[in-house]
Design a protein around this ligand. Sequence first.
Ligand SMILES: [Zn+2]
Length: 72
Amino acid sequence: MKPDAIDFANELAQMRVDQTVASMRINRNAVSATHCEECGEDIPEPRRIAVPGCRMCAECQGITEKLNKHRR
Ligand SMILES: [Zn+2]
């Protein structure tokens, strides 16, 4: 493979990763839960708009993300 082709392949792969990350972060069609799946608390409207598809309140989300980081 010529170096150009390798660069292009890398770029394509990176683009795909970026798109996947972006679609995971912002899915405007996703329906946000009105209540937290973890603690059952109301999820505030601004959070549901800011984080489409969220299933947990900010507090539980933070705890879950911390747990996921430790779990490697
Ligand atoms: Zn919660």
